[in-house]
Design a protein around this ligand. Structure first.
Ligand code: ADP
Ligand code: MG
Length: 577
């Protein structure tokens, strides 16, 4: 709530104008019954046609001014609400992007997605309706009661009793339904999550013939949501007939008492009609107000979920996360990065993904990391790239590295993420990169050929998520992107996983000469021995630990795991065309 106030602070006038114009509209609405009363008493009563026409014109003018006020108010309310929503969305994205990997892992991207879209919309809707109604509705209720009091003090007693009864009914029903609406919202979230999972996974679901089972589960959850919604609606549905009953009863009493007063000559016919009109206005506003409260309670719940995300901060005192990048120690000049006794646990994981890692990475060294799936290769790469902090132990960076480079380590993840835009935009990622380096990167990453095959080559449009590219194309553009980052340390996570052997070999050769030319420190992860065979140093990972470090020649003799991997793959390559 504080945040929303902050966004609207600079737009105070707009924000205040919405309720002001809504109240102005209400003033004109409250005048309408009075004009009608005059028309009846002075026009119809006396058969004065010109007076009737005159009051008719007055009514038209009142209606016109009312509409103008209402439109103005709604414009102000809608623009204030969208200003707040825009601010909220921007800050939310900024905050989410500032979270480190482990925080994002912990809460899941779905949670962020729902808040960015649905919750922000809900808040926007709440602000909009709040500005329109929070002053108007009480204003009309009290205004109508006061007008009634002006017309006839004795009759106004009926008003106060009716308002009291209606308020009790409306708010009583509200009390019962608001918690239920919250429950409905929880189920809606669930359905949204489920829909997303099943739609994004639809190919897998179909491939494994799980359509029927998934549809059944989905239908069951849907059925429960519907049942709950119907239940809440049934309670809400009571509101209309019950309030209408009270209203009509009040009108009967009004007419009955009014008729007596008219006979006595203390009340005019026109004024009785005005009283009946006011009664109607009060009911309408109370019901609107009740709906406003439901909307507000939804908006508050959404706001709370948004605030929760803002409260997520990096490295919240997790027992494992007691070390940070700040633990920089002096390391000797030619050593760039040093890991000492590093353990790493993923959030909420019981087993460590990495344990007791000791590793020294030297300047311009070419390092290969090899190991089976799940052995911790990617995790090690992410730690080296500074995307995760060690849970215990130290990771130290050479002072030179930190001081002289904006981005000391660039990591090219296993799965390349592409954004909507041109090939060029996807490679440079908003950085100023020379054409020469772009060309070079395309060549090294083996992208040149396929990019040039597009009519508009570098300007070729990539669709959202890169869905008009193949897996191998995305992977190669991801590598090109990494090469353009100008970092002295480059980490490539399984860069050839989607490439054929021939392309892999070319990539390996060009990558090595690129690193030599640019004096880079190169770290390449792979499942294939051929990819890392010629590196200065090969790290063999097994079950989160470093099993061996050494050159190919050393490992082939001394490490059984490495030998096994190498020999089995050599056979594979011989078989391959
Ligand atoms: P590799 O790259 O060698 O295949 P990873 O480093 O990806 O292995 O994974 C190492 C271990 O950490 C595995 O047991 C895996 O299940 C676990 N792991 C990987 N990513 C996550 C994550 N985001 N959250 C929890 N556990 C993870
Ligand atoms: Mg991996």
């Amino acid at each position: 709530m504080k945040r929303i106030y902050f966004y609207l602070k600079n737009y105070r006038l707009k924000t205040i104008m919405a309720p002001v114009f809504k109240c102005l509209e209400a003033v004109f609405e409250l005048l309408v019954p009075m004009a009608v009363a005059k028309m009846i008493d002075l026009g119809i009563g006396r058969g004065d046609t010109s007076y009737i026409l005159k009051m008719g014109a007055v009514l038209l003018i009142l209606a016109f001014i009312g509409i103008v006020c209402s439109l103005t108010a709604q414009w102000f309310a809608a623009s204030s609400a969208s200003i707040a929503a825009t601010g909220l969305r921007n800050d939310l994205l900024k905050h989410i992007l500032s979270l480190d990997y482990s925080e994002i892992d912990k809460y899941g991207t779905d949670r962020f997605l729902t808040s960015m879209t649905l919750d922000v919309n809900q808040v926007q809707n709440g602000i909009n309706m709040f500005l329109r109604l929070f002053m108007r509705s009480p204003f009309v209720v009290f205004g109508a009661a006061i007008m009634a009091f002006q017309i006839d003090k004795k009759m106004s007693l009926i008003f106060f009793v009716t308002i009291l009864i209606l308020t009790i009914i409306v708010f009583g029903i509200l009390l019962g339904t608001v918690p239920l609406y919250k429950k409905v919202q929880l189920w809606q979230d669930r359905i949204i999550g489920l829909s997303k999972e099943q739609i994004t996974g639809s190919r897998v679901i179909r491939a494994f013939n799980r359509e029927k089972k998934c549809c059944e589960e989905f239908a069951e959850d849907n059925r429960r949501l519907t049942a709950m919604q119907i239940f809440v609606s049934k309670i809400s549905a009571v509101m209309n007939p019950v309030t209408a009953l009270v209203l009509n009863a009040a009108i009967i009493v009004l007419i009955w008492r009014g008729a007596i007063f008219i006979d006595f000559g203390t009340l005019s016919k026109g004024n009785l009609v005005a009283l009946i009109n006011y009664m109607g206005q009060i009911l309408v506003e109370l019901v609107k107000f009740a709906n406003l409260i439901i909307l507000i309670s939804k908006a508050v719940a959404s706001d709370r979920r948004i605030e929760e995300i803002f409260s997520y901060t990096n490295n919240t005192d997790e027992s494992h996360l007691n070390s940070s990048k700040e633990n920089v120690k002096k390391i000797k000049e030619n050593s760039l990065i040093k890991l000492e006794n590093v353990d790493f646990y993923y959030p909420e994981a019981k087993e460590p993904a990495l344990s007791n890692i000791n590793l020294e990475i030297n300047k311009e060294e070419h390092i290969g990391i090899i190991g089976g799936t799940g052995s911790g290769k990617s995790t090690l790469a992410k730690l080296i790239a500074g995307l995760y902090m060690p849970s215990s132990g130290y990771i130290s960076y050479n002072d030179n590295l930190k001081e002289n480079y904006e981005k000391p380590v660039t990591m090219v993840p296993q799965k390349a993420v592409m954004f909507e835009g041109s090939v060029r935009e996807n490679i440079v990622m908003g950085k100023a990169v020379s054409e020469e380096l772009i060309e070079f990167s395309l060549k090294v990453s083996q992208s040149k050929e396929f990019v040039e095959s597009f009519d508009d080559s570098l300007m070729h449009h990539i669709e959202q998520g890169g869905r008009n590219l193949s897996g191998g194309q995305k992977q190669r553009l991801g590598i090109a992107r990494g090469l353009c980052m100008n970092s002295p340390v480059l980490v490539l996570d399984d860069p050839a996983s989607a490439l054929d052997f021939a392309t892999e070999r070319k990539l390996r050769e060009e990558l090595t000469s690129f690193a030599e030319e640019k004096e880079l420190t190169l770290i390449v992860i792979s499942q294939r021995a051929a990819m890392v065979k010629n590196m200065d140093k090969i790290i063999v990972m097994n079950d989160g630990m470093i099993e061996a470090i050494g050159s190919h020649d050393k490992l082939i003799h001394e490490n059984e795991l490495y030998r096994e991997i190498f020999l089995s793959q050599q056979k594979e390559m011989e078989v391959a065309p």
